[in-house]
Design a protein around this ligand. Structure first.
Ligand code: ADP
Ligand code: MG
Length: 284
């Protein structure tokens, strides 16, 4: 957490960094800041370069790609600044908090609300995939509500960065970051293409509908085993009231072979998403 004097001069010229930490991630501290001219509040993500060892050269290229990304369901990058120790990224502010926090509060979502959330994640991911950007770290902690309003848009954060920040060792070593959303081919180191994001969306959809994750283990080794087995269940006790359409879509997302897995574009035409499934009202 660098003191304000250590923020880059250019950043301090344009933004006032508020003494308010929005969140702490695996590699970053996120603060709120204000554009001194427009008064617009933004998020300032400070990534310590220690997290980038050996991959510093990728950073500028990757971040420039990310600056071009503009979508209502994606947290956009506005500005980039660098210090010897850190990279500072100014992005859209998403003040509604993490889907993860909301899920903890609510326990689970009904199908109508869940469908609206998953549709938004799919819109963002489809947009990224069309541009050959794979997120690789989709999970409820990386999905933020734009505001605290009940119908606030859900926005994807942290995309693309995982390519630079995460490697297999990180996945194995970050015991704090639950890797329950990771696709089997990532664990087996046989693939990390677009289908890995669709797997994660399947885990998210399963989790927000019932309140627990489809894959579970006493420790990390057994969790990995569970994921790599590709087997999961819709336990009667929790799933009996949930539509077959929802279960069908989850099953298509949690398809073991990446080439057989449903894509984001395909999923957007699934009846559970378009709202033609009988158990739900039409989607706005
Ligand atoms: P990391 O890449 O280290 O995981 P994140 O980008 O996920 O870091 O940020 C960590 C946390 O900070 C998030 O989980 C969230 O709570 C908060 N945060 C991140 N970006 C924003 C933002 N744009 N607006 C508001 N809060 C944010
Ligand atoms: Mg994160």
């Amino acid at each position: 957490k660098p003191p304000s004097s250590s923020y880059p001069r250019e950043l301090r010229k344009r933004y006032e960094v508020l003494n308010k930490t929005l969140g702490v991630g695996t590699f970053a501290v996120v603060k709120e800041c204000v554009d001194k001219v427009t008064g617009i509040h933004c998020a300032l993500k400070i990534i310590m370069k220690k997290a980038l060892i050996g991959k510093e050269h990728m950073l500028t290229t990757e971040l420039n790609i990310l600056t071009a990304v503009q979508h209502p369901n994606i947290v956009s990058l506005h500005q980039l600044y660098e210090t010897p120790d850190a990279v500072c990224i100014v992005t859209d502010l998403a003040s509604g908090g993490e889907l993860f926090q909301q899920l903890l509060k609510r326990g689970n979502y009904d199908e109508v609300d869940a469908s609206r959330l998953i549709a938004q994640i799919l819109e963002g991911v489809k947009y990224l995939h069309e541009r050959d950007i794979v997120h690789r770290d989709l999970k409820p902690e990386n999905l933020l509500f734009k505001s605290t309003l009940a119908d606030a848009p859900l926005m994807i954060t942290d995309f693309g960065l995982s390519k630079i920040l995460n490697n297999h060792d990180d996945i194995l070593m970050t015991a704090c970051g639950t890797p329950g959303y990771v696709a089997p081919e990532v664990l087996m180191q046989t693939g990390h293409g677009k289908p890995v994001d669709c797997w994660s969306i399947g885990v998210i959809m399963y989790t927000i509908l019932c309140g627990y994750t489809p894959f579970w283990g006493e420790d990390q080794a057994s969790l990995f085993e569970a994921i790599m087995s590709g087997e999961f269940e819709f336990e009667e006790e929790y799933w009996s009231d949930i539509s077959d359409s929802a279960k069908d879509l989850i099953t298509r997302f949690l398809t073991f072979e990446p080439q057989d897995r449903i894509t984001a574009a395909e999923a957007l035409t699934h009846p559970w998403i378009t709202g033609s499934t009988s158990t739900q009202s039409s989607r706005i």
